[in-house]
Design a protein around this ligand. Sequence first.
Ligand code: G6P
Length: 365
Amino acid sequence: EAAEKGGFPHYMLKEIYEQPWVLENTLGGRLSEERGEAELGLELDPLSVDRVHLIACGTAAYAGWYGKYLLEGLAKLPADWEVASEYRYRDPVVDGRTLAVAISQSGETIDTLEALREARRKGARALGVVNAKGSSITREVEEVLYIHAGPEIGVASTKAYTAMLAAMALLALWFARARGVLPLEEARTLIREMKKLPRLVEEALEKRPIVAHIAEKYHQAQDFLFLGRHVQAPTAYEGALKLKEISYIHAEAYPAGEMKHGPIALIDEHLPVVVLATKGPLYEKTLSNIQEVRARGGKVIAIATEGDEEIRKLAQDVVYVPEVHPLLSPIVSVVPLQLLAYEVAVLLGRDVDQPRNLAKSVTVE
Ligand code: G6P
């Protein structure tokens, strides 16, 4: 087993560190910078799709949420995101021009599979964004976009998540170009940024000592709040989920702009608030959210873009991540959140790879 962990004390840590090459695998051979295209080898006619329904559970569902922002923002394609356990029972409106996208690491999650079946019964076409080759979901869809993350053993998903995000970016780019809504030069810029991702994630991994220091400071906290906006809202939810899953500390996530409608009442000097504050169109708004937290005594841990000095004045702790296209920032920013959950769980003596009450793949309802 020690050999399988490749010298790491836990599978989860090994998998976190595998992310640079995983991203190479997910993106490799699928991007043509010259043509400004994603080459996905799909038979599906992108122009036959009017609407996308992204369905998944857990971590994969947050990848779906991110996918919604990209499909709508880049490809101008209406996209809905929903957890599969709701989708399958709510009588969703679907037709032959709807594409159901089932996102799953294992390809075996029963809720996702049943939600997919429900969409198909109603006439939707289906695409699987899956890691496990030949799994049930891949057998029930017309097309599969494999994320190529390799086997994931740790119950808390890490490398499959970043690979799913990269797959969402590929899919959005593919639709955007086919629909004629993304100019060639913009597509090329995005592709160049996508190609940098493995290296940027490598740099983000180097921040582990800073993250470990933050974990040391806050691992006794009873609760954590995670905030982010736009594409970083799903990142905040994924950061909170990781912490809950493996440390058993209560963590809540909110889109930062919604904080004033409730969670702001929670803020006091005992509450660490992790804020995704990377550079992007909503950066200034996020800074105001940080000020609101500080004014109420909350402790701010900011995930910020390298070189941002302003943020140092506002946040107690800052983890800098390298700059990247704002739409891709979640792929880099989630890395310190994975490491934070890991370091906190280790300090608390938790069973990182086998957290209580959780299963790697949930195949019964
Ligand atoms: C379980 C795991 C989660 C995972 C979810 C969906 O609950 O503990 O880590 O995100 O299932 O799994 P899937 O294999 O469909 O991505």
